[in-house]
Design a protein. Structure first.
Length: 448
């Protein structure tokens, strides 16, 4: 009987992977450029990196893509090498080739989610559920078929979280600590939005190291210390980006005007939007809220959660496909219920669950206040730059915690009903919704 259960579970897991790869590769081979988020930007900058082995320089041809000299470069550098290899071998369509690699990065993310689930669930069915949720999250699938540095960054994020969890569960095992730091450094070299995640994971595991120093110090010896070599190299590479930017521009990522002239920056659409079409205003939070000019953070949070869910289970890119407002409350119901159960059962959770919850919440709060609420205060548009994919660095831990909290509901029949409802909701809201409602004008000849 046990072998039959394992076989069924493995079959389902394999089926989820096959469906995921089939759909993302279908989009990769058929979706026009200019539909996925920032697809032209990522392609053109990757092509620019293919022209030299090192960092490219800003030029007349690159002004429309903003500064490309001082950005986290790992994704673009890897793409450049892929394109170089392609030029001397098979000469495949560059767009399709890079899209296939992005699908593979997201496949790696699914593997990471499954491994993370194994750290929390003894039940093999529960281990599969977070993988199912992510592989039936429409924006994740859509993004996975695109040329976008988020895909590589998300893969590094989930494995960084995985080794963070392993480090907490195996106190004193320095190899997990070092692997976490190495992977997070790779993530921050890919996209600066991994920095808040890296910060909170390092702080939390640092707290554990201090609390249990007698155990941890025994691990700082032997062959595992060879991992310090790539770690130090990656730290130096990160300092070459962020350290230089902080010294030279007093910012982790310089603004366009820090590097280029005003006229050169005007060639970039985002700059024109921010400086000409929707210029920022001076922010006085108290006066803005009291006068009714802006929503306070509490009321804005309700709008933010709704719109964020809408942009995770739907599609937002250069083209968009949102789910009906009638179905969003069902997603919110499961999230709300999981949060309530998590709060009620909080004292009974292990240190690992609590630390994972804190790290996930911290990242979402940074996204809420630093990115979206600040943008709303400055520019007055509640959903400007509000993207569901921006929470993907922690969507793995979010889904694991969602399943974990719901699994703590005491009444077995209620748990089963809820999980069945959750599965049905994600199935119906993903591929069937997409194929019924997609604009078929998105598909056609792929240019490059």
């Amino acid at each position: 009987m046990q072998r039959e259960k394992i076989s069924i579970q493995n079959f389902i897991l394999f089926g989820l992977i096959i469906i995921f790869l089939s759909f993302t590769l279908y989009l990769a081979f058929n979706l026009k450029m200019g539909v996925s988020p920032d697809s032209w930007y990522h392609l053109r900058v990757s092509q620019e990196f293919s022209k030299s082995f090192g960092m490219p320089t800003n030029s007349v041809d690159t002004y429309q893509w903003r500064d490309i000299e001082h950005l986290p470069y790992l994704y673009f550098w890897v793409n450049g090498r892929i394109l170089n290899l392609n030029d001397v071998t098979f000469n495949f369509n560059q767009v399709i080739l890079l899209r296939v690699f992005n699908a593979l990065y997201s496949f790696g993310t699914l593997v990471g989610v499954y491994l993370l689930s194994k750290e929390f669930f003894k039940s093999k069915w529960l281990r599969i559920l977070p993988v199912f949720l992510l592989s039936n999250t429409l924006m994740f699938l859509f993004l996975s078929s695109a040329i976008n540095y988020d895909n590589l960054g998300n893969m590094f994020a989930v494995f960084g979280i995985l080794f963070f969890v392993k480090g907490l569960k195996n106190t004193g095992s320095v190899k997990y600590l070092l692997w976490m730091l190495i992977i997070l450094c790779l993530g921050t070299l890919t996209k600066y939005t991994i920095l808040p995640l890296a910060f909170i994971l390092v702080v939390l595991i640092g707290i554990d190291v201090v609390r249990n120093w007698r155990v941890w110090r025994e691990g700082f010896r032997g062959k595992v210390l060879y991992l310090l070599i790539p770690l130090v190299l990656l730290i130096v590479m990160n300092l070459g980006v962020y350290g230089v930017n902080l010294v030279k521009f007093h910012s982790l990522t310089p603004s366009c005007l820090d590097v280029l002239t005003y006229d050169q920056c005007l060639e970039n659409g985002v700059f024109v939007r921010d400086m000409v079409w929707i210029p920022e205003v001076e922010v006085n939070v108290f006066d803005m809220v009291i006068s009714g000019e802006r929503l306070d953070p509490v009321r804005y949070s309700g709008l933010w959660v709704w719109e964020m869910v809408k942009r995770v289970v739907g599609i937002m890119g250069d083209e968009s496909l949102f789910a009906s407002n009638y179905i969003i409350p069902f997603y919110l119901f499961f999230i709300f219920l999981a949060v309530v159960v998590g709060i009620v059962r909080w004292k009974g959770f292990s240190k690992v669950v609590k630390f994972l919850s804190v790290s996930t919440l911290f990242y979402l709060l940074v996204l809420f206040f630093v990115q979206n609420y600040d943008m709303y205060l400055r520019r007055g548009h509640p959903v400007l730059a509000l993207q569901g994919r921006y929470m993907f660095p922690v969507i793995s831990s979010f889904y694991v915690l969602l399943v974990l909290f719901l699994s703590k509901i005491k009444k077995g029949w209620l748990r089963y009903v809820l999980f069945i409802g959750l599965v049905v909701l994600f199935v119906v809201g993903c591929l069937p919704f997409f194929f019924i409602n997609v604009d078929w004008g998105w598909f056609g000849r792929i240019e490059f």
